[in-house]
Design a protein around this ligand. Structure first.
Ligand code: SAM
Ligand code: DTB
Ligand code: SF4
Length: 333
């Protein structure tokens, strides 16, 4: 692989060749790279909270919260700061070190709602937890405000390949996602950026997504790998579950291409066996969301997750372990 200013630049051919390797060779290499860059017996435990649920005007084909879909959902206006901080405290007490607040907004609008989210971020960060938000598209000025409030990371996924993007979302362009990622980087906030598998994409699309993600500069601090949760009332409700070894393959390739990033098992774990999750941990996944709900869909029970980690001898990771995860280049840009 060619190297330039420490930031690796991968060609599509290189990523394709990597993706095509025998699965166990990939897992072996990913595990070795993982062990060089991380403590392989440590897991980052994060908790998600939907702070504003439903009524989103984007038409993401997988999402329960889009007004274009017909999912059964209890909509909620923006929660109150105190209620959010109560949930954050509970999450902290149960062992979570990162609290991620999600809003079903296509983009952030300046005003009272955004100011309230900044207060929430400040409250979570004052508790000594890493604060993360996912609020849709964002300007550089808004990103700076969140940074000043104490935000650790901003989640903004590319979701799928540029080529497949308009089969999944038509109300925005792939490039608009990249613009927000640039604004996040300019504000010196770490990006949490990944995708969803099982949308009906091809292997080439998964390769293309991993290629784009790994060439982001800086590489994302965290890479969520979501497995589609097929939600009734969405165009993807009858999608077949992706072969579990494709999921493992994508995780291993993500770990090899982005050695320093946290690779996060996100949506879809409820239908994935603990043996497959253990193989994913072997292949370099080192972060999970715990708690019985993600944003709107179910997740494994906390106790089941802790029992799984315990039986594997995996310990929770401390907050703010990697202060260097925010690229100096991003700060000075
Ligand atoms: N509205 C913001 C946005 O789209 O950036 C933030 C919230 S959105 C729900 C956060 C992410 O959740 C999406 O980018 C997508 O990757 C993931 N997601 C949403 N619904 C999902 C589903 N049914 N299955 C798997 N992942 C899903
Ligand atoms: C991410 O990539 N996955 C999380 C988090 N970032 C915000 C969200 C998953 C949502 C799954 C569908 C739901 O619960 O509504
Ligand atoms: Fe809205 Fe985000 Fe859901 Fe898309 S994924 S419909 S932007 S909440």
């Amino acid at each position: 692989m060619s190297k330039e200013n420490k930031q690796p630049v991968y060609t599509l051919e290189e990523v394709s060749a990597l993706y095509a390797r025998p699965l166990l060779d990939l897992v072996y290499e990913a595990a070795s790279i993982h062990r060089t860059n991380h403590d392989a017996n440590e897991m980052q435990i994060c908790t998600l909270l939907s702070i504003k649920t439903g009524g989103c005007t984007e038409d993401c084909g997988y999402c329960s919260q889009s007004v274009h879909n017909d999912a059964e959902l209890e909509k909620e206006i923006l929660l109150k700061t105190d209620d959010v901080l109560k949930q954050a405290r509970k999450a902290k007490e149960s062992g979570s070190t990162r609290f991620c607040m999600g809003a079903a907004w296509p983009k952030v609008l300046d005003g009272r709602a955004f100011d309230r989210v900044c207060d929430m971020v400040k409250g979570v960060s004052d508790m000594g937890m890493e604060a993360c938000c996912t609020l849709g598209m964002l300007t550089e000025e808004q990103a700076i405000k969140l940074k000043e409030a104490g935000l650790t990371a901003y989640n903004h996924n590319l979701d799928t390949s540029e080529e497949f993007y308009d089969k999944v979302v038509t109300t925005r362009k792939f490039d608009e996602r990249l613009d927000t990622l640039k604004n996040i980087a300019r504000a010196g906030i770490s990006a949490c950026c990944g995708g969803i598998l099982g949308l009906g994409e091809s292997e080439e699309d998964r390769i293309s997504l991993l290629h784009t993600l790994s060439n982001l500069d800086p590489q994302p601090e965290s890479v969520p790998i979501n497995m589609l949760v097929p939600v009734k009332g969405t165009p993807m409700e009858n999608n077949e579950m992706l072969d579990i070894f494709e999921w493992i393959r994508a995780i291993a390739v993500a770990r090899i291409l982005m050695p320093k990033s946290m690779v996060r098992l996100s949506a879809g774990r409820l239908t994935i066996s603990k043996e497959a999750q253990a193989l994913a941990f072997m292949a370099g996944a080192n972060a999970i969301f715990t708690g019985e709900k993600l944003l709107t869909t179910p997740n494994p029970e906390k106790d089941a997750d802790y029992a799984l980690l315990d039986s594997l001898g995996i310990k929770p990771r401390k907050p703010f372990k990697d202060k260097e995860c925010v690229s100096k280049k991003a700060i000075s840009a």
